[in-house]
Design a protein around this ligand. Structure first.
Ligand SMILES: Cc1cc2nc3c(=O)[nH]c(=O)nc-3n(C[C@H](O)[C@H](O)[C@H](O)COP(=O)(O)OP(=O)(O)OC[C@H]3O[C@@H](n4cnc5c(N)ncnc54)[C@H](O)[C@@H]3O)c2cc1C
Length: 298
């Protein structure tokens, strides 16, 4: 994110580090004129900063994208190089940086008295010129010592500490981004009243599913707006979609993607949601929830 802009801002001179640097160079679409590539392994900002500080030319200003990784790496690199950090730059000129403050409401003009490490706001409208000869970049593959590339135990003294990956935990369906949820139990107005929501949430939790809603349900305030699925809500891509008391209006179903399994619960056998379903249960939504909860041992 923001790599092309940063490389263009640097006049096409760049260091690509990490894994898959050849692919990363190809993804720059000709923005690079002179590229150094180094396979440093998985992201480890303290180790990378220490290594990069030994490679980068003295006295150079370094620019990184103001992306999550860029914001993380830049201060460590600034410390390792002994340079000031200028974060969130909108525009960088000779001896000057313009930085957005207060969420973009104000602009600060900073005088630069020497080289800095800067992170560049992505998409801030700069228009740097593409470097001449960009289609055939000069590429140097930089050999990396095993110690610099490894991601195992760090002694921590020279690099500072890198976070140790203890375990990767699955996302909590209750709080994960609905757009990425593999299973969704959706609440529709057919639930009757907000008292049913707690039971629907408990059932969703037991099924490892996230809770979605129709616009009527969020308009009623039974669930927050970020749970609304559809053209004016979240576009989802679940594998399993369980619609409880949902009519299946086109503004809702247009946001559903193509779930492998659709189950609909409705008293109206001919509503659009039932027609979309692989399994259509013609029954009362609160009664269905109560029975499912019982079957799940809740
Ligand atoms: C510009 C615009 C944008 C919109 N964007 C969205 C959007 O992003 N997302 C969205 O969801 N909607 C959106 N809507 C609203 C949409 O048109 C529908 O009004 C809405 O999706 C209906 O929600 P619902 O299915 O919960 O309610 P209803 O349409 O009222 O359906 C309730 C269903 O529950 C059934 N039912 C009733 N009683 C029971 C019972 N006891 N047991 C079981 N079933 C029962 C009924 O048969 C019915 O099918 C938008 C509308 C407009 C105009």
């Amino acid at each position: 994110m923001g790599a092309v802009e940063s490389v263009l801002e640097a006049g096409g001179r760049c260091w690509l580090v990490g894994t898959g640097t050849d692919d990363a160079l190809a993804a720059l679409h000709g923005a690079a004129a002179h590229a150094h590539l180094a396979e440093l392994g998985p992201y480890a900002p303290a180790r990378w900063a220490a290594w990069l500080a030994e490679q980068l030319p003295a006295g150079a200003t370094v620019v990184l994208p103001h992306s999550p990784d860029g914001r993380d790496l830049a201060p460590r690199l600034a410390a390792a190089l002994g340079l000031p950090l200028v974060s969130g730059v909108v525009e960088l000129g000779p001896g000057v940086a313009w930085v957005a403050r207060h969420g973009g409401l104000a602009m600060d003009e900073l005088e630069l008295t020497g080289p800095v490490v800067a992170t560049l706001q992505i998409g801030a409208g700069r228009h740097p010129e593409p470097p001449a000869g960009a289609s055939a970049p000069e590429v140097a593959h930089v050999a990396v010592e095993v110690a610099a590339a490894h991601d195992g135990d760090d002694d921590g003294d020279r690099h500072g500490a890198d976070a140790e990956l203890v375990a990767e935990l699955p996302a909590d369906p209750a709080t994960m981004d609905l757009a990425e949820a593999p299973r969704i139990v959706a609440a529709g107005a057919g639930l009757g009243d907000r008292d049913q929501i707690a039971l629907l949430e408990a059932v969703a939790d037991a099924l490892g599913a996230s809770v979605g809603a129709t616009r009527l349900v969020t308009d009623y305030g039974w669930l927050p707006a970020e749970r609304q699925i559809g053209t004016t809500g979240v576009m989802v891509q679940p594998e399993l979609y369980l619609a409880v008391g949902v009519s299946g209006a086109v503004q809702h179903t247009a946001g559903l993607g193509h779930p492998a399994h659709v189950i609909a619960v409705n008293t109206d056998p001919s509503c659009p949601m039932m027609e979309l379903a692989d399994l259509a249960l013609v029954c009362d939504a609160p009664a269905f929830l109560a029975e499912l909860a019982r079957q799940l041992g809740l």
